[in-house]
Design a protein around this ligand. Structure first.
Ligand code: SF4
Length: 368
């Protein structure tokens, strides 16, 4: 999936063996630099910075925290997820990808100072007495890095002998070959973002098909991995409810409900400046067509009754398969919870508690 034309390696990282391994694997031209600002300026000045940023790989150190709380807002129910910030941006190309506007400018970045990350995990997470849900798939794709080196092997071996955290590897790839050989000890959730075949073909360039993702999920399930799925962003178009129902049913041609830890639902939402980027970069995409209104977090959203209708279609289909499946919304308010699920998170101890309970039921983590 990578199409790296140039690698910039910061001077402080030139002795990391992993840097050489990645440079060799890509075969791309590389330059050692003290200053990434000129690189950023060059990307920003290009006619399509989002595409240019996918041709450049920055190998550098993360000077901030590796663990970051997922940025929720006080108006919508948030799940208290922790992001492990291993790198950013991605070689795949989804029209709706918020990373196109989140980083200024976007450039594929990988952090090489893994010892610092390990220390942070040991001190804050592994030694704690609470349950942590941690994922690497918010600022990048979790498994795409396996095309450059055995990253999932490193991560699984880092998490498989502690008892406090699950690591979620969220992806749109099928890069699971490394995972199939590993002793995960039920500390890992492998998850896929799913969508209807129409949305995948129109709005998820350079990714994999629905069937390929589900085949990969089935192989992981056979090796004892716990699974999750994310229907996010759900897109409303003529015929969408039926397409989403069919997609839900298709999951169970491949995997069984009892190994699914959770399933998230969220409709397409975006900061206003994303619209012009989508229109410019994805001429065939119709994702921005529709009536959108600003929410309390300033993101544009479909009207609430429309969101409720599409959520109900998907929720009801899942419930026909198995009433014990743990479904939740990413960033919705109590009214939507009540209308679709019939309860508000507070009644079950809050959304973080709902997800922690499902994790404890399916995975090998506990508190003393
Ligand atoms: S796979 Fe994820 S990170 Fe990559 S372009 Fe698509 S939405 Fe963005």
């Amino acid at each position: 999936m990578f199409n790296i034309k140039k690698i910039y390696l910061t001077n402080d990282c030139k002795d990391y063996p992993l840097a050489n391994e990645i440079i060799k694997k890509t075969g791309a031209e590389f330059e050692i630099t003290d200053d990434l600002i000129p690189v950023m300026k060059e990307i920003s000045a290009s006619s399509d910075p989002q595409s240019r940023g996918k041709e450049i790989l920055l190998l550098t150190e993360n000077r901030g925290d590796f663990l970051k709380k997922c940025p929720g807002t006080k108006y919508y129910r948030c799940c208290n997820y922790q992001i492990l910030h291993v790198g950013s941006y991605c070689p795949m190309d989804c029209s709706y990808c918020i990373l196109q506007t989140y980083f200024h400018p976007p450039a594929i970045t990988f952090f090489l100072n893994q010892k610092k990350m390990e220390n942070e995990l040991y001190e804050r997470v592994f030694k704690s007495n609470s349950i942590w849900r941690i994922g690497t798939g918010e600022f990048t794709d979790s498994l795409v890095w396996d095309e450059l080196f055995d990253y999932s092997k490193y991560l699984v071996n880092l998490f498989n002998r502690q008892n406090r955290a699950i690591l979620e590897l969220k992806t749109k790839t099928v890069n699971i070959e490394n995972l199939l050989e590993l002793d995960h000890n039920k500390k890992i959730i492998v998850s896929w973002s799913l969508n209807t075949p129409r949305v995948i073909s129109e709005d998820e360039r350079n990714t994999t098909t629905l069937e390929q993702r589900l085949e990969a999920a089935a192989k992981c399930e056979k090796k004892g991995y716990r699974l999750a799925f994310h229907f996010d962003p759900m897109v409303i178009y003529e015929g969408a409810p039926d397409d989403y129902r069919k997609t839900v049913r298709k999951i169970f041609d491949y995997v069984s409900p009892e190994n699914i830890v959770y399933i998230s639902l969220g409709t397409f939402r975006f900061m206003p400046d994303l619209k012009s980027i989508i229109r410019k970069r994805f001429e065939k995409s119709k994702i921005w067509c529709g009536e959108f209104f600003p929410g309390t977090d300033n993101k544009m959203r479909y009207l609430k009754p429309l969101r409720i209708d599409i959520f109900k279609a998907v929720h009801d289909e899942f419930m026909k398969i198995d009433k014990n499946l743990c479904l939740y919304f990413c960033m919705e308010d109590d009214k939507v919870w009540e209308r679709v699920f019939g309860y508000v998170p507070k009644l079950k101890g809050g959304l973080p508690n709902i997800l922690d309970e499902s994790v404890k039921k399916h995975c090998n983590v506990w508190t003393d």
